[in-house]
Design a protein around this ligand. Structure first.
Ligand SMILES: Cc1cc2nc3c(=O)[nH]c(=O)nc-3n(C[C@H](O)[C@H](O)[C@H](O)COP(=O)(O)O)c2cc1C
Length: 377
C-alpha cells in the first residue's frame, strides 16, 4: 500500500522528533503499533556539508516498514537536492519542516519562519517534488506564526499547489509553543480546505484523545509526539490491544528499548557510552507516565500533574524525576541487572515527597541532606 493511502486512513504516525526519534526508539514504537515512523529533522545544509551526524539522522532501520525523512531548508535548490538524496536512500516519503519554533532555526529562515511566506512554500515543495521523483512529498505545518497570523489554510493550499501529497497539521501556533491545548477544530478547517490527506497532531496521550481529535477535526490519521516519548505503548493501546502497563510491564518495554539500542549503538563499552545519554533522556520522559485512575479517568497531556500515589516501590522508583536517579536506573538496565528499588543509594538525592502537598517538606529534607548538615560544613 502506498504511504499516501496509508495516511488517508486511520494511520498512527510517530512524529519526527529530534533526539526522541532515534532509530532504536522508532523500532520500539513500530513494534508497539506505529504505522508510520519519521526521522529526526535533518538540515539540508548540514547534509550538503557531509556532516556525519546529520547523515545518521536519515538512516533507515532495515525493518522499518513505512519511513519518512524530514528535511529543513529554505531554498528550492537545496531542498531539491535533499529530496533527491533522501529518495535515493530508500525513504518512503520526504517531509518538509515548517513547524520548528526554535529561534536558532527561525532566525536562519528555517522551520516555522517559512509559514509567513506561503508563495515560497509552493516553490519549495515543487522543488522537492522534482528532486524526489516518484517518492511522495509531505509537509508539516503549525497553525501559523502567532495568534494574529493563523494562516494554516493558506499555507496548506500553497503546499498543495506545489504538489504536496499529504500534510500534517500541529494544532498550535509557533508562538504558543506548548502553552495551550492543540486546536483540533482548526486542524479540521485545514483538512476541509485541501484535497490531499491531512494528519492531525497535538496532545495525544490516551486512545480517547485520538477519538476526540478525529471527531473534532474529521481527520483519520494522527501523529503522536510527546505521548510516544512518555508511553511508547500508546500505539498498541490505540489499536485496542491489551497492554501490560504495570510497572513490571513497562520495565519490560524499557528493557526492549535497551536491547534495540544496543543492537544499534553496539553492545560494548563504546556503544554503551553512546547509548547512556539517550537512555537517561528517555527515562526523563518515561517517568512522567501517570496511569489511569481506577475509575478510568486520566490526566491529559496539558496537565502536568504530580503522580501522588504509586502502587508499589517499583512504580515509585520509575516515577522519580531526578536525572541522578535516571542515571542509576540506566546503568542497571544497560547491565541487564534486576531493578530493586531498595538498592537505590539513599544519598543519591533526597526521597521525593509522598504527596505533592508535602513539597515544602521536600525542600526541608534537601536542607537536611547529610552533606549539607552543619556537621558536614
Ligand atoms: C523532543 C521533541 C522533538 C521534536 N522534534 C521535532 C522535529 O525534529 N521535527 C518536527 O517537525 N517536530 C518536532 N517536534 C514536534 C512534534 O513533532 C509535534 O509536532 C509536537 O510535539 C506536538 O505533538 P504532541 O502534542 O503529540 O507532542 C518535536 C517534539 C518534541 C517533544
Amino acid at each position: 500500500m502506498s504511504v499516501i493511502s496509508v495516511l488517508s486512513g486511520p494511520a498512527l504516525v510517530m512524529a519526527p522528533m529530534t533526539k526522541g526519534g532515534n532509530l532504536p526508539y522508532r523500532r520500539l514504537c513500530q513494534a508497539l503499533g506505529a504505522t508510520v515512523t519519521m526521522s529526526e529533522m535533518a538540515v539540508v545544509r548540514s547534509l550538503q556539508h557531509r556532516r556525519r551526524g546529520e547523515f545518521a539522522l536519515i538512516q533507515r532501520a532495515p525493518d522499518e516498514r513505512c519511513f519518512g525523512v524530514q528535511l529543513a531548508g529554505r531554498a528550492p535548490d537545496e531542498l531539491k537536492w535533499g529530496a533527491e538524496l533522501v529518495a535515493s536512500r530508500g525513504a518512503d516519503f520526504v517531509d518538509l519542516n515548517l513547524g520548528c519554533p526554535i529561534d536558532e532555526f527561525t532566525r536562519r529562515g528555517l522551520g516555522s519562519a517559512l509559514l509567513r511566506q506561503p508563495r515560497r512554500i509552493e516553490r519549495l515543495v515543487a522543488a522537492m517534488k522534482e528532486g524526489a521523483g516518484p517518492v511522495p512529498v509531505t509537509v508539516k505545518i503549525r497553525l501559523g506564526w502567532n495568534e494574529d497570523e493563523r494562516n494554516a489554510v493558506d499555507v496548506a493550499r500553497a503546499a498543495e499547489a506545489g504538489g504536496a501529497d499529504a500534510l500534517t497539521v500541529h494544532g498550535r501556533t509557533r508562538s504558543a509553543r506548548y502553552r495551550n491545548a492543540a486546536d483540533w477544530v482548526a486542524i479540521g478547517e485545514v483538512a476541509q480546505a485541501v484535497r490531499i490527506p491531512v494528519v492531525g497532531n497535538g496532545d495525544i496521550l490516551f486512545p480517547e484523545d485520538i477519538a476526540r481529535g478525529r471527531t473534532l477535526s474529521g481527520v483519520q490519521a494522527v501523529m503522536i509526539a510527546r505521548g510516544a516519548l512518555i508511553k511508547p505503548w500508546i500505539f498498541a493501546e490505540a489499536l485496542g490491544q491489551v497492554v501490560d502497563d504495570s510497572p513490571e510491564g513497562r520495565l519490560a518495554i524499557y528493557r526492549e528499548y535497551v536491547r534495540l539500542a544496543k543492537e544499534h549503538f553496539g553492545d560494548d563499552e563504546r556503544g554503551h557510552t553512546r547509548l547512556r545519554p539517550f537512555l537517561v533522556w528517555h527515562l526523563g520522559l518515561w517517568c512522567r507516565h501517570i496511569p489511569r485512575q481506577a475509575d478510568g479517568s486520566y490526566v491529559p497531556m496539558q496537565e502536568r500533574a504530580v503522580f501522588a500515589s504509586p502502587s508499589s516501590p517499583l512504580e515509585a522508583l520509575l516515577a522519580r524525576p531526578e536525572p541522578e536517579v535516571h542515571g542509576w536506573i540506566a546503568d542497571r538496565l544497560m547491565a541487564g541487572d534486576e531493578l530493586i528499588p531498595g538498592d537505590l543509594p539513599a544519598d543519591i538525592v533526597p526521597d521525593p515527597p509522598a504527596d505533592p502537598r508535602d513539597r515544602r517538606d521536600d525542600r526541608d529534607s534537601r536542607q537536611r541532606h547529610p552533606t549539607e548538615t552543619p556537621a558536614a560544613g
